[in-house]
Design a protein around this ligand. Structure first.
Ligand SMILES: Nc1ncnc2c1ncn2[C@@H]1O[C@H](COP(=O)(O)OP(=O)(O)O)[C@@H](O)[C@H]1O
Ligand SMILES: [Mg+2]
Length: 252
């Protein structure tokens, strides 16, 4: 069953159509990648799904119910939770307290919230940073803190907006590991990402936006061969590299 169904969603900013009748589904327990050039409308779509912006048209169903006109906190309570492209931790607070704030969305009990926060720090490899002020974390750590805060709310759907941007390849690998751990724990993920080596190997399905329009929705192996996607976003070099790596892996 689809956990999330986006049907004909349109979002306009004046004359600009940032999302133009976008439709797709996210199946329970899967990882869906959302890719496309800058300005394609990826973040806007996240904003519509999570209720930050009201959609101008279309309908969004989550976990069996329509959420189109709900407020962000209502949608978060139902279990669709996002990170932000621009990281915004509560800088003066410790890493632990930042995650605790997320945990309190689902429980008023301090001990339960603290236990959940510790668990999320551990899942996101942040335990060693626990008592540091969040503002002092390196970029990779800040991004994982965003993930831990979202995770603390016990989401059904976790939506990540460019959490691998600016990371070293070691940090990317660490994030991929965390994401797979989340998927295996039963969380469904929708991931906006420019770092193709981060998203392509782990996505069950990839949705491609260009100029607000969905131009493709398919398995990663088909996406990299899609002429329209290559032209709009990936470029011929990426497609060749991806194929070479796959063939190498198959031979190995
Ligand atoms: N709050 C806003 N007001 C006006 N225009 C916006 C707003 N948010 C996004 N846009 C515009 O909508 C388009 C899509 O932006 P965005 O969703 O951020 O793209 P992406 O995340 O794919 O890079 C861009 O042209 C952007 O300038
Ligand atoms: Mg964006």
């Amino acid at each position: 069953m689809a956990l999330l169904e986006v049907r004909e969603v349109t979002k306009k900013f004046g004359e600009l159509v940032a999302n133009d009748r976008v439709s797709f589904t996210v199946e329970t327990g899967t990882i869906v990648g959302l890719i496309g050039p800058n300005g394609a409308g990826k973040t806007t779509l996240f904003n519509c799904i999570t209720g930050l912006y009201p959609a101008d048209g279309g309908a969004i169903h989550f976990d069996g119910r329509e959420i189109t006109a709900l407020k962000p906190y209502e949608i978060a309570r139902r279990g669709a939770v996002r990170t932000f492209q621009v990281v915004r931790p509560l800088k003066e607070m410790t890493v632990f307290d930042n995650v605790l704030v997320g945990a309190f969305l689902k429980t008023g009990d301090r001990r339960a919230a603290a236990a959940r926060a510790e668990e999320c720090l551990s899942i996101c490899n942040l335990t060693s940073f626990r008592d540091r002020p969040a503002g002092g974390l390196p970029i990779g750590g800040k991004k994982r803190l965003e993930m831990a805060r979202a995770l603390a709310t016990r989401p059904k759907l976790l939506m990540l907006d460019e959490v691998m941007a600016g990371m070293t390849s070691t940090e990317i690998n660490a994030s991929v590991e965390v994401i797979l751990r989340l998927r295996d724990s039963g969380i469904t993920l929708m991931i906006v990402e420019h770092v193709m080596e981060g998203i392509m190997p782990i996505a069950d399905k990839v949705v491609v936006l260009d100029g607000g329009i969905k131009i493709a929705e398919d398995a990663p192996g088909n996406i990299v061969n899609d002429e329209r996607v290559i032209e709009a976003y990936l470029g011929p070099k990426y497609s060749q590299r991806f194929k070479a790596r796959r063939e190498g892996a198959d031979l190995g």
